[in-house]
Design a protein around this ligand. Structure first.
Ligand code: PMV
Length: 328
């Protein structure tokens, strides 16, 4: 007999970035962050617990996961097992509608979906806040993918106070994020390693933390008021400051590629021409452009000319975690 559930979680892109942990074991961030959950990228995960199974089996897009990636999922399942007090092992089948490891936040949707499916399959009824806390332990940014639209992850001071919640927004239904896939390959340095190195060695890091908290509150208000110009300006600045901490680490590192710079310059140029748009970037070379629906055709034409239509993915505000079925 199996105990199973399936969950779908969408990825999110931070407008105020999370970069650096104050407590790695407990996954507590140095600063709070604010993100937008997107419709275009998601992970669907089915978890089946079998009381008689000897070990966990994890498949991603139909292929067995091995090594550290599989162990990470098992360690996460250990947390779920501990919450329920069962030893059951599981079969996990996960499908990503996100290029894995390309800075498109596949870990966020992956661990949010796993938190939802595993907790329901084992018989737990967790609240959105509890799901956010659980997902955080798989991948920090996953705690924001529990929620639709804008979500704010408050840094908190301990396990129970570090979670995300929805942020009220006005007049932002026509917001779009145009993803420019500069390179869909697997990124070099994991965000975990990148954060570790930055916190330990960048002389700019304390300034990052101080300004991130201030910008977080400004962004929360800009979202509440639907102030698109302020949202875009703050988001672009948060991304640039985060990347500045990486450039100043020892040894320095950089996720940008030539195409990333080209996309950023095109955004600035379009903005100067009156097509309001802003960019953000994460731990990978891809550029995400924040704009409004009315500007999208012009953006797609301009970016398409350089990168090709197939490199452009239009994303819009997306839904929160959905748990599809549970059966005993
Ligand atoms: O949660 P992780 O380990 O995927 O780290 C996410 C880090 C950034 O994407 C760069 C920023 C963010 O807040 O999502």
């Amino acid at each position: 007999m199996s105990h199973q559930a399936t969950a779908i979680a969408h990825s999110n892109i931070a407008l105020i970035k999370y970069w650096g942990k104050r407590d790695e074991a407990r996954m507590l961030p140095m600063n709070g962050s604010l993100s937008l959950t997107l419709d275009a990228f998601y992970t669907r995960t089915r978890v089946r617990f079998f009381p008689e199974l000897g070990e966990d089996h994890v498949r991603l897009d139909g292929r067995a996961l091995e090594g550290e990636a599989a162990r990470k999922v098992s360690r996460f399942l250990d947390r779920v097992r501990a919450l329920k007090g069962h030893e059951w092992r599981a079969e996990v089948d996960s499908y990503n509608q996100v290029p894995t490891g390309a800075g498109l936040a596949s870990s966020a949707s992956a661990f949010a979906a796993l938190a939802g499916a595993a907790s329901r399959a084992i018989g737990l009824e967790l609240s959105p806040r509890e799901l956010s806390i659980l997902a955080r332990k798989g991948s920090g940014s996953a705690c924001r993918s529990i929620f639709a639209g804008f979500a704010l992850w408050q840094a908190g001071t301990d396990d129970q106070s570090s979670y995300a919640r929805p942020v009220p927004a006005s007049n932002l239904d026509d917001l779009v994020m145009l993803v420019v896939v500069v390179n869909a390959g697997h990124k070099g340095l994991s965000s975990r390693e990148g954060m570790r190195r930055t916190v330990a060695t960048s002389p700019f890091y304390p300034a990052w933390v101080e300004h991130a908290e201030r910008d977080l509150e400004r962004m929360r208000i800009a979202v509440l008021e639907g102030d698109f110009t302020r949202i875009g300006t703050l988001a672009e600045s948060s991304a640039m400051r985060m990347h500045a901490t990486m450039l100043s680490a020892a040894p320095p590192f950089c996720y940008w590629e030539a195409g990333s710079l080209l996309a950023m310059n095109l955004v600035r140029q379009l903005r100067d021409e009156g097509h309001e748009c802003y960019f953000t970037m994460d731990a990978g070379p891809n550029v995400k452009i924040i704009a409004r629906e009315a500007t999208l055709p012009r953006l797609r034409a301009a970016l398409g000319e350089h990168f090709g239509e197939e490199a452009l993915i239009t994303a819009r505000p997306g839904p929160g975690l959905r748990i599809e079925d549970a059966e005993a």
